[in-house]
Design a protein around this ligand. Structure first.
Ligand code: PLP
Length: 412
């Protein structure tokens, strides 16, 4: 039975490894992965972990060992995936606006390729013709997702080849002899409404009839995870049931079997992660009480970037009286994690844990304000182990060329 991490375990990591620190709970990832595979057992389905959410090599290895596959958006993610032990055909490369060289490099590595632009499709077809199969990313123009910045299917989106360019795709495929093995769509993140997936699937089925070699339809991601207490995740069991029904019907019409693919990022790794920070100062102003923590949007940018809500617990004082706080970071510009948040009384030195910090947390961190990136720790079978050291001062200088006067300490 899956047991969530306790406050005591998180406090122990903070004491042992220092703060701020990212903590990932391995069994939580397994719980998510197993739930997904169980929900979709009604039809052959594959899950490609969209690793841009969290690329620590230990996490990649863990997901590999669970049986997951990998979705990558850059050549370096592909290289990390290969290093973590994924076979080339277990990796799907879904780039956007990359140099063509990145795509040919991926052909050389043997990974699966998803093409999302007409000019690239034409160039790929001319170069490889029938010698290397492809998947085509379609933009079905479904508007979905939690936030404009994470919505990718709308009419102004730079992602995918518009469904209205289907004739153009067909011309290229016919002329160059390309083998189109899959069709892909990814309309955005945080889609609550299952009908959006089903609508997308219907659109893909409509296009599928124009291609006679399809082996899979990739529905991307968009699985929602709860951030607030009253939010619900995507009902994956209901989705699994409806996808299986629709797929089986389509197989009859199409006359061939095919797989359904998904590319969950957030769903697999959001809830496994916590960012544990320390309250440096409590500051009473005329209007509010601030908790100033030893972290900032350089470590967790989602609240400032996407207006996202992250639950916060005072893991040092979970029984304390409830009070209202504004939780801010130490970056020298507006750096607010949460306004008007009810927390158990926070004292200077207390550890706070931000929930849902696994996806797009560490991964989007930076050294802004010349601050150091935090360590990452993974808890597996009750054991905490360091999977990335915190930055040290020298990391800020790494790659910079030193002025002659600073080299070897000689006088100017
Ligand atoms: C980012 C991305 C995903 C993952 O999205 P989540 O919301 O994290 O699940 C899946 N597929 C593609 C192509 C992506 O770019």
């Amino acid at each position: 039975m899956f047991q969530p991490l306790t406050n005591e375990q998180l406090v122990a990591v903070a004491n042992d490894f220092g703060t701020p620190v990212y903590v990932y709970h391995a069994e939580q990832i397994a719980e998510r992965y197993n739930k997904l595979t169980d929900a979709f057992k009604g039809h052959p389905t594959k899950f490609f972990y969209a690793c841009k959410a969290l690329t620590n090599i230990n996490i990649l290895k863990y997901i590999k060992q669970l049986g997951g596959l990998l979705d990558c958006v850059s050549i370096n993610e592909v290289k990390l995936g290969l290093l973590a032990g994924f076979a080339p055909d277990q990796i799907l490369f879904t780039p956007n606006c990359v140099d063509f060289k990145e795509i040919t490099d991926c052909v050389d590595l043997g990974v699966r390729i998803n093409i999302d632009n007409i000019s690239v499709l034409e160039r790929f077809g001319n170069q490889y013709g029938s010698s290397y199969p492809v998947c085509i990313r379609i933009n079905p123009h479904i508007v979905a997702g939690g936030n404009y910045k994470i919505s990718t299917g709308h009419i102004d989106s730079k992602f995918g080849i518009s469904i209205h360019q289907l004739r153009h795709i067909e011309r290229i495929v016919k002329t160059t002899g390309l083998h189109v093995k899959g069709l892909h769509m990814h309309t955005g993140s945080e889609i609550k409404d299952i009908d959006v997936f089903i609508q997308g699937l219907d659109i893909m089925f409509g296009i599928a009839e124009h291609f006679n070699e399809l082996e899979f339809i990739d529905l991307g991601s968009g699985f929602k995870v709860p951030y607030k207490d009253d939010e619900k995740e995507t009902d994956v069991y209901l989705l699994g049931k409806r996808v299986a029904e629709a797929a089986q019907q389509f197989e009859k019409d199409y006359g061939k079997t095919f797989e359904i693919w998904f590319e969950p990022g957030k769903y697999l790794v959001s809830e496994c992660g916590f960012l544990v920070v320390k309250a440096n100062v409590i500051k009473h102003t005329t209007a509010t009480v601030f908790v100033g923590v030893n972290s900032g949007f350089n470590h967790l940018i989602r609240p400032m970037f996407y207006d996202s809500y992250h639950r916060i617990s005072n893991i040092s004082n979970p029984q304390g009286a409830q009070r209202i706080y504004t939780v801010v970071g130490n970056i020298c510009e507006t750096d607010t994690f949460a306004w008007d948040r009810v927390l158990n009384e926070v004292r200077e030195g207390d550890f706070l844990a931000f929930h849902n910090a696994g996806a797009y947390g560490f991964e989007m961190s930076s050294n802004f304000n010349s601050r150091l990136k935090p360590a990452e720790v993974m808890i597996e079978k009750g054991q905490a182990r360091l999977i990335r050291k915190a930055d040290v001062f020298e990391d800020l200088l790494r790659g910079q060329t030193l002025p002659a006067s600073l080299k070897g300490g000689e006088a100017e």
